[in-house]
Design a protein around this ligand. Sequence first.
Ligand SMILES: Cc1cc2nc3c(=O)[nH]c(=O)nc-3n(C[C@H](O)[C@H](O)[C@H](O)COP(=O)(O)OP(=O)(O)OC[C@H]3O[C@@H](n4cnc5c(N)ncnc54)[C@H](O)[C@@H]3O)c2cc1C
Length: 439
Amino acid sequence: MKTPERAAFDALPHPTIVVVGGGFAGLELIKRLSGKPFKVILLDKNNYHCFQPLLYQVATGSLGADNIAHPFRRTVGPMPNVIFRMAEVLRIDALNNQVHTDHGSFTYDHLVLATGTVTNFFGNQRIAREAMQLKSINQALDIRSDFLQEFEAAIYLEDEHAQRQRLNFVIVGGGPSGVELAGALAEIRKTILKHEYREVESQRMQIHLVDSGNEVLGNFSPKSRAAALKFLHELGVHVKLNMLVTDYDGDTVTFKDGSTMPSTTVIWTAGVKGAPVPGLEPALEERPARLRTDAFNRVEGTANIYALGDLALDRSDPLWPKGHPQVAPAAIQQAAHLALNLLRKPGEQWVPFKYRDKGSMATIGRYKAVVDLGRLKFGGPIAWFLWLFVHLMSIVGFRSRVMVLTHWAWKYLSWKNTIRLIIRPYVRKVDMVGGESGG
Ligand SMILES: Cc1cc2nc3c(=O)[nH]c(=O)nc-3n(C[C@H](O)[C@H](O)[C@H](O)COP(=O)(O)OP(=O)(O)OC[C@H]3O[C@@H](n4cnc5c(N)ncnc54)[C@H](O)[C@@H]3O)c2cc1C
């Protein structure tokens, strides 16, 4: 029997919008449509929204997983015209206006796809199998367990080479995620490894940041790129530019020039590709796996299907001929804009989307951040405080905000990352210390 709330939802005389994906775009859209004349069904394979920009802090033990995740049900609870279903969408049947999921099918009048991206290994299957990723909370927790397990394992090793191999961390990709992760690991060496793993010579831990291009933070201004490089050097990160990783077998990284490097931990942040749901292949741009849309976010060749955020490729804006950047503000702005268009009266002209670039920022370590804000480019402590403030205010949920502030206050006053627990060990295929291992 239906609850009165469910019966009231079903009885709403409004068109149904199915929103697939509750990331930055999906969440913004449902907020904008809350209380409006639509029946909204949010589908996501997880039951929480993940604040991806702070994943690296979960990976390095500064924040807990629940600090950057917010349950969808807490968001939709007070929204009478919005319901949430935890379901993975497997296929779209555009002909019959249906999405098929692992929990049955849903019929829509409008479909909005906001499934984001997955890590792009550019077809290298072995690297995909062996390297670690930083796209989800599970993966961030794997990295946290992994580096702590490596520290624990290194203590048992007598042989210097074996110890160095375990403590050689290779991060592939010099974008914001790679830079932030490298900086955070370098700070862990300085604080945690040095003081709490006293039996290990801390300098045996090396952090290598590898990029196939000739700079880090390629999308930032030259001034910020130079400042980031300087900060990385100050923290003792080895930045290896113009180095293309061609293989990784779990023990050794191989580069295009034939050189190799021993490492049991490679973290791949070198690229993403769209996570489209099968069924709309004619609109799929193969290389970045994004769905082509027009300026109204409508998927090419469809009348009532829209794509938002990282998944969408809108080349109609002359300022962004290759599509909008795959960043949170673009996803949020597109969702807010689509909501406005969907709410227009019948016959009213839809307005094309225009992206407002609000700038970029990345943090490399304590007091070390870079910010590009229009003509204003700066780095150092002010940039770092601005980064902290912007990220704190962007986190979904008051509780999470308070928790993050508390963790940061503790970390930056005590010089210690707070969460250094191996709760869910990272399982390696073959453990070099003890053979087959669960860590
Ligand atoms: C480590 C990292 C750091 C980043 N740092 C920054 C930063 O500092 N600043 C910035 O602006 N951007 C940053 N980004 C990029 C930013 O997170 C993305 O641009 C943004 O998340 C895109 O929002 P979205 O809504 O398109 O997709 P997402 O936020 O990725 O959301 C996609 C949602 O779809 C769900 N989903 C996927 N497939 C299915 C399916 N088949 N069925 C059901 N549900 C599905 C997922 O569970 C997820 O909830 C970072 C990204 C990463 C990975």
